[in-house]
Design a protein around this ligand. Structure first.
Ligand code: SAH
Length: 247
């Protein structure tokens, strides 16, 4: 936890947390309290890096410490890092990988993520309890805390490939550079592109030719990352580091 993510409900005076420069008091219990007590081992007077969900980043000074909670005097003064200019379309990974991938995508700066169906996505994956809104949100929070960011990504689920690609994707991707990561293609993934991008990444078994064709019809260009086939959780950071280095 490189950043302690605060929510409006953590503040004692709920009006006073809006980053006006005035300190406000936040009280933390449970997971964040435990982490601060056991990992940061914060003592009275110590300062921790904090951020307000969808708001600014700043400092939290420990002003009270019991065995159940910790009180922080919070002042917020800087913006979170800029988002990647990206909409990510990801074929739903199996549950264990889903958690990690959502966390990593969040840490890498993805702010809009569609989890979609594909032929090689097992139907049972859609039953995973990890797809519940609050479970996905937990993974996003972990990613934000890791990356020192506050802007909560939007995660959307689309259980039918064809209607998504035909009816929704044209609007989602309108005006953006459209790429589909696909190992068997001639074009190498571009490096350091400035424009807004929509990137599709396949399931563990890859997109089937029909799906690649549908994406191509929607204006997507297939790009590869070299001769090695990577796991989705590896392909994603490689793709993003390549498309948006240093961002
Ligand atoms: N078995 C599949 C590979 C799936 S890898 C096949 O042989 O096609 C899962 C996803 O990660 C792919 O659909 C693709 O989006 C991405 N990926 C993995 N390695 C890649 C590479 N070398 N180039 C481009 N995309 C890759």
């Amino acid at each position: 936890m490189n950043l302690i993510l605060l929510e409006p409900g953590d503040f004692v005076e709920a009006d006073n947390h809006t980053g006006t420069g005035k300190p406000a008091i936040a009280i933390l219990r449970a997971r964040r309290f435990q982490h601060i007590a056991e990992v940061h081992r914060a003592a009275l007077g110590d300062t921790l890096k904090v951020g307000l969900l969808d708001g600014q980043i700043g400092a939290g000074k420990v002003i009270e410490h019991s065995d159940q909670h910790i009180s922080l005097e919070v002042s917020l003064h800087r913006a979170p890092p800029p988002p990647l200019p990206l909409t990510l379309i990801l074929a739903l990974p199996r549950p264990k990988m889903l958690k990690r991938t959502v966390q990593h995508a969040t840490a890498l700066g993805v702010k809009k993520l569609y989890l979609i169906n594909a032929y090689r996505v097992e139907k049972s994956y859609w039953q995973s309890p990890w797809l519940a809104e609050e479970k996905l949100r937990e993974q996003c929070v972990l990613g934000l805390e890791q990356a020192v960011d506050t802007a909560m990504p939007e995660v959307l689920l689309r259980k039918r490939f064809k209607p998504f690609v035909e009816d929704e994707l044209p609007d989602i991707a309108a005006g953006s550079r459209k790429l589909v990561a696909h190992p068997v293609t001639d074009t190498a993934c571009p490096v350091d592109i400035p424009e807004q991008t929509t990137l599709a990444v396949g399931p563990e078994g890859g997109f089937i030719p029909y799906e690649v064709e549908k994406l191509q019809e929607a204006g997507f260009e297939s790009v590869h990352l070299g001769p090695r086939i990577l796991r989705v959780e590896t392909a994603l950071p490689v793709l993003l580091a390549r498309l948006f280095p240093g961002r």
